[in-house]
Write a protein that binds this ligand. Structure first.
Ligand code: NAD
Length: 493
């Protein structure tokens, strides 16, 4: 049975949504974008796009917010983020339902990943508030008359951060951005994806209830041009972008040309998973599902290239196809559904083009390979056996439930195949042989490498890409460098 939509969710969806500036939801006259439930194809809400005047207003508010916030104590900032985490948990069902309605994410995933994990990440970041420090140095400048020197560094907030968010995890990724900004003393303007703008508007209200001052968290809606205007604006200091590689390249170049605006770029990739022959075939199939099919493959870290030893390929493909055929496809609001829609119509159509391309290039469609006709944006979970290592489906990110396989013969070839990509976000190796795993780890060119697991992130473990998958890191202590400037102070006494 689908979850019953809460009255607060119905009331929220019915509002005239636009922006959240200076602690308030603003009504505006901007053009209205429809938010569509990808499970049903029905319009569930309307959100107005910001004008350039409203972009100016948001930046002015964020600058005032920055002055207020940067002057609060670190402990105070940490407490307020903890309070926001409490409120996320108290409003968990409401936020999860809004998220599932706008993105088609399975309701269980919205509850556990989008909301519960977002609160978990927020608490982790909150803990950093009181632990951001500089260093002291002892300079070796020669002393002529007995004078001495001392030096230290300070970590100062970079200023007003523009957080640009994609549609796949619109709650959690927005929380990563606002938490990194707020804990370091920055203010933030979030620009959500035009496909999934709703949850962050509700979270901005909760932030005010948590005691975060007006102007510290603003939300500006619109398409890419609004994001570009925010990056170029003279009143913003940094962009933290998560999204596709082509948009990331445009964002990075806009940021550099605008005013050397600091940029963190968390981009996509074409992640790989390599299964060594010692690994149990049934577990390998579960591993492929974890790596490639969670949230219909719409996870930046998900694997799309799967390398299996030639001797095991037929058995893995057979067992995987049987398992995918048994998945219950249906409404994401139904707790029994195991496989939901993809998040929007253009994405469904992009996947249809990849299915056609896979056929025309002579690859074998082992399972699925079609969109599912109907008002919703469903596609079949798909398994493809590539004709060669040059198949387009081993090169380009589909960002969908499409696992492409290629056999290998030895470990040297496996490493070469896994590294055969201009991207380097993540990869996984699956083996019970510790010494083989340890030998492969330094050879694989990625920012995050999993052994016998894939996709799962933890706030204590830095995350980000190498090669064309991005610049900078989120989580751990690594994010601090990206959201603060280092000031060096030298003293003679
Ligand atoms: P996208 O690049 O199309 O859009 C991302 C955001 O950028 C949206 O808010 C969009 O409105 C905005 N945007 C578009 N053009 C812009 C411009 N010129 N200037 C400023 N902003 C602009 O990405 P998407 O389709 O929403 O998300 C899917 C992609 O995100 C996938 O490629 C996926 O791999 C990637 N992703 C990466 C990570 C990571 O952490 N590395 C996490 C999630 C998703």
């Amino acid at each position: 049975m689908p979850a019953e939509i809460l009255d607060v969710v119905k009331e929220f969806l019915g509002r005239d949504h636009a922006l959240f500036i200076e602690g308030k939801a603003l009504r505006t006259a901007g053009p209205s974008n429809a938010v569509v439930d990808p499970a049903t194809g029905q319009v569930i809400a309307h959100v107005r796009e910001a004008s350039s005047d409203e972009v100016d207003q948001a930046v002015a508010s964020a600058r005032r917010g920055f002055l207020r916030w940067a002057n609060t104590s670190p402990a105070d900032r940490g407490q307020k983020l903890h309070r926001l985490a409490d409120l996320l948990e108290q409003h968990s069902e409401e936020l999860a339902q809004i998220e599932t309605l706008q993105s088609g994410k399975l309701i269980g995933l919205s509850r556990s990943f989008e909301v519960a994990q977002a609160a978990h990440f927020l608490r982790y970041y909150a803990g950093w508030a009181t632990k951001i420090t500089g260093q002291t140095m002892s300079p070796s400048i020669p002393s002529m008359n007995g004078e001495r020197y001392s030096a230290f560094t300070l970590r100062e907030p970079v200023g007003v951060v523009v957080g640009i968010v994609p549609w796949n995890f619109s709650t959690m990724i927005a929380i990563w951005k606002l938490a990194s900004a707020l804990v370091t003393g920055c203010s933030v303007i979030i620009k959500p994806s035009e496909f999934t703008p709703l949850t962050i508007l509700r979270i901005a209200e909760l932030a005010i209830a948590a005691g975060i001052p007006a102007g510290v968290l603003n939300v500006v809606n619109g398409t890419g041009s609004v994001g570009k205007a925010l990056i170029e604006h003279p009143g913003t200091d940094k962009v933290s972008f998560t999204g596709s590689v082509p948009t990331g390249l445009a964002v990075g170049s806009t940021a550099m040309q605008a005013k050397l605006t600091r940029a963190t770029l968390e981009l996509g990739g074409k992640n790989s998973a390599g299964f060594l022959p010692d690994f149990d075939i049934y577990k390998a199939v579960d591993g492929v599902i974890e790596a490639g099919f969670l949230h219909s493959g719409q996870i930046c870290a998900a694997a799309e290239r799967f390398y299996v030893h030639r001797s095991q390929m037929a058995a893995v493909l057979e067992k995987l196809s049987a398992k995918l055929a048994s998945l219950r496809i249906g409404s994401p609001l139904d707790e029994n559904t195991q496989f939901g829609p993809v998040t929007n119509r253009p994405h469904q159509q992009k996947l249809a083009r990849y299915f056609d391309m896979a056929r025309s290039e002579g690859n074998e469609i082992v399972h699925g390979g079609r969109i599912i006709d109907g008002p919703g944006c469903y596609v079949e979970p798909t398994v493809i056996l590539a004709a060669s290592r040059d198949a387009t489906l081993l090169k380009e990110e589909t960002f969908g439930p499409v696992a492409t396989f290629l056999p290998y013969d030895d470990e040297e070839e496996l490493v070469s195949l896994m590294n055969d990509s201009p991207y380097g976000l993540s990869a996984s190796i699956w083996t019970n042989d510790l010494s083989k795993a340890m030998r492969m780890i330094p050879q694989l060119q990625v920012g995050t490498l999993w052994v016998n697991m894939h996709t799962l992130l933890d706030p204590s473990v830095p995350f980000g890409g190498i090669k064309a998958s991005g610049i900078g890191r989120e989580f751990g202590s690594a994010f601090i460098d990206d959201y603060t400037e280092m000031k060096s102070v030298m003293m003679r006494y």
